[in-house]
Design a protein around this ligand. Structure first.
Ligand code: FAD
Length: 433
């Protein structure tokens, strides 16, 4: 499918991702309108999915869409609706609201017969094949998919809730995103916004550089003379280097000050001072994006067997290399692919296909392919993009970029900005509608 076909399909699909109450969802799950779920695949089994984000929502949907009514799917999510991180940088410049990025679970329940359970999974028992929720509920499974996204290592000095509210990371879209927007609005002309980028791997490699551009663009127009100081723990720009080098050196010249290889030792939220390898720095607003690790349920259940932070998986099935019958997808897994919503959606499809094959006694697809696209706003009406295709390499047992199939936009443009919105709507429909 080329990019034009992709967007044509996007515009043909309806969204309708409205939030319903959990009681309604539970009702819908017992009496679903199963127009799209086949009844004759012959596949049976019980799958529990932890986390209703980009990976979890997609895997739940495709397990039913491809597996049919014999495959019972239960999706456990702690929140009532999903808030998209993608496009959440546009909340900062006022182009989106947080509510415009929220997706409910009613379609998953009513169209695909997925059983929704609101709760927090605390324990996984891979031997007894069940998960336990904080409220004591126990859910049995034949196959489990874990898709909890990420958690963060706090910077020293930000241990209290009060300190975190003064120095938000806003790297999980929600309350902190709106707080950061308000802090920007309260800045005066000539003031300083300091942001930090953690060492990779972190979710959305271009995302922090994109944020620096969106903030700089807004400050330039609304708070002249202000600066964005970017403190990057990495040795240089790790995604879309052409686009962001141009953005920092030309488009937002004099506004963005970029430093690579910087270590943050601690942050004092009272004096708004960062202690760094460059010395002490003060910011009127500090947006410190902390180092990442897999969502807590991964480490607390012995699945974080890569550096103690991420879940090792076999990328033919996304089955954990620590616990049979347990699959881990999305940001929480350790693969060679970027931690991105588009990739989480792709991994979900490979995983759903593999689980259905395994439930019916067959082998997984030996040569999966995934693709990822990402658009980055550079100003309020131009964007760049990045794309890559990954194919399974049987020698290394990893997903490797297909030569010649990866690249970034030759230049930022208004067309790219418009395509970004279509790409986003398509991806969210594919996951939640
Ligand atoms: C500012 C920003 C911009 C981004 N832009 C892009 C982009 O342009 N393109 C792109 O592809 N990606 C982008 N991303 C990255 C993308 O958001 C993530 O890679 C994606 O959300 C990962 O999906 P996931 O399913 O692994 O985790 P998530 O989408 O975070 O979902 C995890 C879900 O699990 C739930 N959960 C966690 N633990 C439990 C538990 N124990 N019990 C019950 N529920 C639980 C959480 O509540 C959450 O709903 C961006 C990220 C940020 C922060």
């Amino acid at each position: 499918m080329n990019r034009r076909d992709f967007f044509r399909l996007a515009s043909m699909a309806g969204l309708g991702a409205t939030a319903a109450s959990w009681t309604q969802l539970a009702g819908a799950a017992t009496a679903p309108q199963l127009g799209t779920v086949p009844t004759n695949t012959g596949i049976t089994g019980r799958v529990v999915v932890i986390g209703g984000g980009m990976g979890g929502a997609s895997v739940a949907k495709y397990l039913r869409l491809w597996g049919g009514t014999g495959v019972s799917v239960t999706l456990v999510e702690r929140d009532s609706a999903y808030t998209s991180n993608i496009l959440s940088n546009l909340v900062l410049n006022g182009q989106r609201t947080i509510t415009s990025l929220q997706y409910g679970y009613s379609n998953l329940a009513s169209r695909y017969g997925i059983r929704m359970v609101k709760g927090d999974v605390t324990n996984i028992d891979p031997v007894g094949h069940s998960v336990s929720l904080a409220d004591g509920t126990k859910l049995p499974y034949d196959r489990l998919v874990v898709a909890p996204g990420v958690d963060f290592d706090l910077y020293p000095g930000l241990e209290t809730a009060a300190a975190q509210a003064k120095v938000p990371h806003a790297w999980k879209a929600g309350v902190q995103t709106t707080q950061l927007r308000n802090m920007m609005v309260n800045m005066k002309a000539g003031q300083t916004f300091v942001m930090s980028i953690p060492a990779k791997p972190y979710r959305c490699p271009p995302g922090p550089y994109e944020r620096a551009c969106v903030v700089a663009d807004w400050l330039k127009k609304n708070r002249p003379g202000s600066k964005v100081i970017v403190l990057d723990a990495n040795p240089g720009i790790i995604a879309e280097p052409l686009a962001f080098a141009n953005a920092f050196d030309v488009v937002h010249k004099g506004v963005i000050e970029y430093h690579s290889g910087v270590t943050i030792n601690s942050i004092d939220a009272t004096t708004m001072t960062l202690n760094t390898s460059l010395g002490n720095l003060k910011g009127n607003v500090i947006n410190a994006i902390p180092p990442h690790r897999a969502g807590k349920v991964v480490a607390s259940n012995g699945l974080a067997n890569v550096g103690g932070r991420w879940a090792g998986v076999d990328v033919l099935t996304y089955q954990s290399t620590a616990a049979p019958g347990v699959h881990v997808i999305g940001d929480a897994s350790a693969t060679t692919q970027p931690k991105a919503g588009h990739i989480a959606n792709q991994e979900a499809k490979i995983c759903a296909d593999a689980i259905l094959r395994l439930l019916s006694g067959r082998s997984p697809d030996p040569s999966p392919i995934t693709n990822s696209a990402c658009y980055s706003p550079i100003t309020s009406d131009t964007a760049s993009w990045l794309t890559a295709i990954f194919a399974y390499d049987p020698v290394s047992g990893t997903m490797q970029p297909v030569p010649g199939a990866a690249g970034e936009a030759p230049t930022r443009s208004k067309d790219n900005y418009e395509e970004m919105i279509k790409w986003f709507n398509t991806l969210m429909e594919d996951s939640f509608a």
